[in-house]
Design a protein around this ligand. Sequence first.
Ligand code: GLN
Length: 275
Amino acid sequence: MKPPATVGEALALAQGRIPRSEARLLLREASGLSAAAIAAFPERALEQAAAARFGDWLLRREVGEPVAYILGEREFFGRRFRVQADVLIPRPDTELIVEQSLRFSREWSMPRVLDLGTGSGAIAVSIALECPAAAVVAVDASEVALRVAQENARELGARLDFRLGCWFEPVAGERFEVIASNPPYIAAADAHLEQGDLRFEPRSALASGDDGLDDIRHIVATAPQYLAERACLLIEHGFEQGPAVRALLIAQGFQEVETCRDLAGHERVSLGRWN
Ligand code: GLN
């Protein structure tokens, strides 16, 4: 394939293969040109390296690789996070659990905050930066994910504590004012796992047993040992799992149980307080 010589040729090459908005984004990132330049000057020459990069990215996107993995980053809560295939791509929906965790964290002057299954670190790093008084601990069972999260914290100037292990294992004996988690919550047989971006993401970050609730059940049942007086547990879940997660929290003895809706109006984060 001959690399495109101009902006217009590059966009024409992508035509009908990937959505136009994605072609513009990939071209912008590959060339360093502004969105305005790309829109206004189709005759503008592309450097050879930029054209080659764009051609490579186009092929990868065409077979379904997520844009975030191709570019190696995704914006979350107003900041750029590095991502790679070992971590879940941060979703806009997940900003909700950050907002809610901050709401509760700010009730304390020096809250201890735990993020379970931190992945890219999007939740933990955002909380650490938005609430500098918080002492944030981020846990993940994947060594590679933890390295990605550490890198994000360093690049974004966040100070937090990273621990390798499964859910609560690495924080034995500790207590927290806020525990937040975006665990895997998709049913193992859900067809969505074989579609779109999800095909490329770590299965361990997505699927959780027959009904998708295995990890949430474990977290709800185990959290009380790790919660301080009046502390709050917040869990992200699927848009149809609100009633089930509220029931788990109530059965466990949590109080003030409620569910918050994401921007699309879906039940997305359920929470409760421990007394
Ligand atoms: N919200 C993601 C999706 O459905 C799933 C993330 C998760 O399982 N924690 O695409």
